[in-house]
Design a protein around this ligand. Sequence first.
Ligand SMILES: Cc1cc2nc3c(=O)[nH]c(=O)nc-3n(C[C@H](O)[C@H](O)[C@H](O)COP(=O)(O)OP(=O)(O)OC[C@H]3O[C@@H](n4cnc5c(N)ncnc54)[C@H](O)[C@@H]3O)c2cc1C
Length: 449
Amino acid sequence: MRLVGFNPFRPSRRRAENPDRPEGSPYAADLPASCDVVVIGGGLCGLATAIELAERGQSVVLLEKGRVGAEQTSRSMGWVSSLGDTGLRLPLSLRSKAIWADYATKYGVDTSFRQVGVTLLCRGETELAHFADWRDQAREIGFVDATELSAAQVSERMPAMNIPGLAGAWHQPSDGCVRPEKVGPALAGIADSLQVAVMEQCAALDLETTAGHVSGVLTEQGRVKAQAVVVSGGAWSRAFLRRLGFEIPVLQVYGSLFRTGPVETSLQGCGATGSFGWCRRPDGSFTVGNNTVISTVTPDSFRLFRQFLPAMRDGHGAVSLDVDQDFFRDLKMFFASDDRKKLELQNTRVLGASPDARTKRATVTALRHEFPDFSDVEIASEWAGVIDITPDSAPIIDRLPGVGGAYVCSGFSAHGLAMAPAAAEITADLVVGQEPSIDASAYRVSRFT
Ligand SMILES: Cc1cc2nc3c(=O)[nH]c(=O)nc-3n(C[C@H](O)[C@H](O)[C@H](O)COP(=O)(O)OP(=O)(O)OC[C@H]3O[C@@H](n4cnc5c(N)ncnc54)[C@H](O)[C@@H]3O)c2cc1C
């Protein structure tokens, strides 16, 4: 982790993007008076959870304060991969690939998921051997089709590559990608077809309880009675749950991505070289980025220091530390009235961020150098998102203590496309009292205490 800036007066990278109210959302128009379960958040996780609940016979209302899929889900790189995943992430990413495929076969809806393969280039023999060990262990948990490629095989597949001394690569054909901007609308379409009331521009403001059990949710459009609620609000979940007295150790970090125009190249599918990662789109353009995320110092950085210390020591990911106005903004919000906190949800229909110029320079330099096909390429568009990370990069799936019928599924740590469908399945099982096929207890928040 390195400090990349220190200017407490520099404006925050966060951006509230408040698109005009849609002419008419294609989804539900009026808030139902009651349902079995309210799902808060219309990103991939909330939508997948709503679908799973509807499949289990529940009547569901999904509340989205802005537009479905408009926050992290549509701002992602698009990878759906289990290659190299370990710990709590692996069971979810293995299972999720099957669920992604099911969306097309079961509902006839093209979510844009394609198994185009993910290739991770390895610079040394140790790295290659590490993946060989990983494959042997991962096979004990589920289907793994990763294979090793020699340096010559990599050159054959990617003749334009210029990475001297490359040791080889690992390639997993069953991995793939989605077009992130398609995911929200496609899953909302499935949910809608299962009679889920998908409400856009409808922030959940509060939980209502009766005798210690969820009895409804207060929204900006009124009340909906319910027996259960699932909070899957992505980067907003921690603040929302904190108001209910439940702490989840989740930090917000910023990730930036860049899109080229169409390029004639042998580079296919998705992959990473160690300097940058890519995802080829159907029109021949590429989404590229490196795995740097920026963590700005906020009051939460101090509150959660102890829980995140092991991750910092292990050097998880490439985290750059920055100091800007985030500290004072978050401090002010911490002491703000409850009404002010609720207003923030409605004032920020879509939470975005400014892309990082340093990350862009590093990504483009590596891309042009390592793949000369891209030497003249310009970046056609760029964007950033606010990512919710947990200390072990795996989500929190849990019941809220002391409130019957309240659940959380959040904290996907930049891997939600790969994990959320399976996490949603577990969550839905917990809500209806079925035994999940993956051990849910491992994902409880108590693992951090
Ligand atoms: C730059 C970037 C690159 C990424 N690349 C990848 C990748 O290649 N592969 C991968 O697997 N993952 C990737 N991710 C991560 C992935 O996008 C997320 O983990 C996943 O989309 C999380 O989905 P979610 O539903 O939890 O959150 P989100 O998509 O953020 O959705 C949460 C939703 O909840 C809504 N909400 C919050 N609070 C309320 C409320 N009170 N009332 C109503 N609505 C509310 C928000 O408006 C939002 O729409 C990337 C993320 C970013 C930002």
